[in-house]
Design a protein around this ligand. Structure first.
Ligand SMILES: [Zn+2]
Ligand SMILES: [Zn+2]
Length: 417
């Protein structure tokens, strides 16, 4: 069966998240979107863990379902959490976010017990620890050899394994002898698989994509599409073996839309491409301080292949824009406007969001959405859109009805805004 999976989300117990991020509303929204498998998020947080134990029951294959059946049998949960490790290694301060997946309540409980003896798991759904990434993976593997650790949003400047500000140049540099337990990384919103394919050291790694949603409407803005049984152990096997037969593709943001795609300084109104940043020795032309070097530059720096290179065992990617944003761009109004929200509700009550984005043919789209929206969706599918790239924490902006572009994976000259 085809499974659309979004494995990185946060509960209401993480900072800056919606109060609506409860297991019930996650399940209901997942159903509206067409997501069959969703992370619980934040299993390290005692209050969220209590609600996981109270409201979910195991399905017997490493996954869970709501006891009250609010979303029927359509939505399963995987125990998931994200943690932040801030530590020093090789004379530098490192800040790395990691996703943890657990097949059982017992393993999650063991992980939580180890964490609570080493740091504070109460204050934030995404806890911050002072121990190293290697200590982290030891804890996770000790709790269950079938648990998984996946470096989160691997390229963002501040808090990721390859980040320009406080990351590493390779998986081995971060995880040392434990690197053999790292089978997958999350590409994050600001990078896409094509960018990651330029780094031969990642050929053995499975690239996954998730929403990192802090509110329910953002679920599935990136996702993984599998063809397999609803089974934790089978999905783990797919990730370990980078199995192209059962991992059909990832659903991706256009990476320019991500908040850290290009380089720049938000406060100074400066956005630059990799070549420009290099020419300025990484310093802001307005304030003179170091620029926030984004994902595109960082990929250039670590890549050993030209842009456009496709490794033999690459899992395909489909670039998409959330339906609300397509509606807003096509209608020429804001995402939060009544007009967009009314149409979004009408559409997702007739079919899941992913049916419109991924599956319906042009006749079906025209019949259900009208000609304008149908052609907007077609343009998104074929990449005939333009994006003004995000930088230094500012999201990029999508324009559906403009000139044709293809996702940028080569140096772009962007200049001052
Ligand atoms: Zn994170
Ligand atoms: Zn500046």
């Amino acid at each position: 069966m085809r499974i659309i999976a979004d494995l990185h989300i946060h509960s209401r117990y993480s900072r800056a998240t919606s109060r609506e991020m409860t297991l019930e509303s996650l399940a209901l929204w997942a159903k509206l979107k067409g997501i069959g498998l969703i992370g619980t998020g934040d299993f390290t947080h005692p209050a969220h863990f209590a609600s996981i134990e109270e409201k979910l029951e195991p399905t017997g294959n490493g996954l869970f379902v709501l006891k009250n059946g609010i979303a029927g049998d359509d939505v399963r949960f995987m125990l998931s959490a994200e943690v932040s490790n801030i530590f020093s290694l090789g004379g530098k301060t490192r800040k790395v976010h990691s996703l943890i997946f657990s097949p059982t309540i017992e393993a999650a409980r063991k992980i939580n017990a180890a964490f609570s003896s080493l740091g504070n798991i109460n204050s934030d759904g995404r806890p911050i620890f002072g121990f190293s990434a290697q200590d982290l993976i030891k804890i996770v593997m000790d709790a269950s050899p079938e648990a998984m650790l996946v470096p989160a949003h691997a390229w963002t400047p501040w808090f990721s394994i390859f980040g320009s500000k406080s990351g590493f140049d390779s998986i081995e540099e971060c995880f040392g002898e434990y690197s053999k337990y790292i089978h997958a990384i999350e590409t994050g919103l600001s990078s896409n698989p094509e960018m990651n394919w330029r780094i031969s050291a990642l050929d053995r790694i499975t690239l996954i994509s998730n929403s990192d949603a802090h509110s329910p409407s953002k679920l599935g803005r990136e996702a993984n599409v599998f063809d397999c049984n609803m089974d934790y152990y089978e999905i783990r096997d797919i990730l370990i073996n980078k199995d192209k037969k059962r991992f059909l593709y990832t659903v991706e943001f256009y990476p320019e839309e991500g908040k850290y795609h290009s380089d720049g300084h938000r406060a100074c109104g400066v956005r630059l491409g990799p070549e420009e940043t290099k020419a300025l020795s990484g310093n802001c032309p307005v304030c003179g301080k170091g620029l926030t070097v984004g994902v595109l530059s960082r990929v250039e720096e670590l890549s050993d292949r030209p842009s456009g290179y496709i490794p033999e065992n690459a899992i395909p990617a489909r670039h998409m824009v959330p339906l609300e944003e397509i509606l807003a761009s096509a209608m020429g109004v804001g995402v939060a406007s009544v007009k967009v929200q009314r149409e979004y509700r009408r559409l997702v009550s007739a079919a899941p969001e992913f049916s419109y984005l991924l599956d319906m043919d042009s006749d079906e789209l025209t019949e259900s959405c009208g000609e304008l929206i149908a052609s907007a969706i077609q343009r998104v599918r074929s990449g005939e859109i333009s994006v003004s790239p995000g930088y230094d924490g500012e999201f990029g902006r999508i324009c559906v009805f403009d000139k044709k572009i293809v996702p940028q994976t080569h140096p772009v000259q962007i200049g001052l805004l």
